[in-house]
Design a protein around this ligand. Structure first.
Ligand code: SF4
Length: 334
């Protein structure tokens, strides 16, 4: 098996909440708590979960935009977890990001040519004409006309701005792109065009994508594998078909069965969960999901379930699945 583009092992990010005159640590928030996954060339791993589950923090940790508290991030042959700024800079070109809001992620004072040329200037010494030709090629590749070069971000539509942001991300030939809700700010009619563009580019350039989204319809369109997060932990990770057709964790079941289906004749039996996501400042003991899980048992309050491979390639963190059981879950008596 080839080396993954990115391999994340037991990644942690803890934030201290300080209070009082002495600014002593009052609470330690485990925003990301032991997350592991890998992504192969040409593969899209989607991170899904409710707002505040830590998925965007994972994206920033992988790119080393913030420093992990623990764990490791390996980018192809290099462990980038503890690289200093100078060394990290050399590897930054291999990992790029596409943000949710293309307007605020693009400098409004720069024309498109300068925006896309900037990362090239940072990493390569090309002549002005070669750089211009590269930018023109990139703009054309993302579906923008050559005359887009002289335009400012405000002169583009939302979808065109996201195409421009994608061109900038690809300018330095990365192997990994982290896309954090890249289509959620776009009109539904434009979302599919941008998703299809990302998929075409992946096919052509064999890019690895870490795709962060709360929208299961989007994830079903673009993902190869899905990781479901809840309060800083991955509770289930598997291929897209397995997650959508046979989700095994109760939280994944609730998410999937709550998502609208395109064919109104097809109805899924819905698993209802109650209440809001608990605060990460004070997460429930044991299995973080036990306060909302309809199948919770006394054991779930005291013991955190490990992420185990229930069937090949399908990992679940639930006590009721640890012996490989894949059937319907029993509700506790009373
Ligand atoms: Fe529910 Fe217990 Fe499984 Fe957690 S470990 S998902 S609380 S049954």
């Amino acid at each position: 098996m080839s080396t993954p583009v990115v391999e994340v092992t037991n990644l942690e990010k803890h934030f201290s909440v300080r209070r009082g005159l002495m600014r002593r640590e009052a609470v330690r928030v485990r925003a990301v708590d032991g997350v592991s996954f890998s992504i192969a060339r040409g593969e899209t791993l989607c991170l899904v979960g409710e707002s505040g589950c830590g998925k965007s923090t994972v994206g920033k940790l992988v790119l080393r935009l913030i420093q992990p508290t623990g764990g490791a991030v390996r980018l192809e042959d290099i462990d980038v977890t503890h690289l200093g700024e100078d060394e990290l800079r050399q590897h930054r070109r291999r990992m790029q990001m596409v943000f949710q809001d293309p307007y605020s992620s693009l400098n409004p004072k720069l024309i498109a040519e300068t925006i896309v040329a900037e990362p090239i200037e940072n990493f390569e010494s090309l002549s002005a004409s070669a750089r211009k030709a590269r930018v023109a090629g990139l703009l054309e590749r993302v579906g923008l006309r050559a005359d887009a070069m002289r335009r400012y971000p405000f002169e583009f539509s939302g979808g065109q701005r996201q195409r421009l942001a994608i061109a900038r991300a690809l300018a330095v030939n990365p192997s990994l792109v982290v896309a954090d809700e890249p289509v959620s700010a776009l009109d539904v009619s434009v979302q599919a065009q941008v998703l299809n563009l990302l998929m075409d580019l992946q096919e052509e350039l064999k890019l690895a994508y870490l795709f962060i989204s709360h929208d299961l319809g989007v994830v079903e369109h673009i993902g190869h594998r899905i990781a479901v997060m809840y309060l800083g932990r991955i509770v289930e990770i598997a291929g897209k078909e397995a997650i959508f057709n046979e989700p095994l964790h109760p939280y994944s079941q609730a998410l999937i069965t709550a998502a609208p289906v395109p064919d109104p004749r097809f109805k899924r039996e819905r698993l209802l969960i109650e209440g809001d996501v608990p605060s990460p400042m004070n997460p429930p003991s044991g299995c973080h999901f036990h306060t909302r899980c309809p199948f919770a048992m006394p054991r779930c309050r005291g013991e955190s379930p490990q992420l185990r491979e229930v069937v090949p390639g399908h990992f679940v963190a639930c006590h009721l699945r640890e012996d490989g059981y894949r059937g319907p879950l029993p509700r506790p008596a009373g």
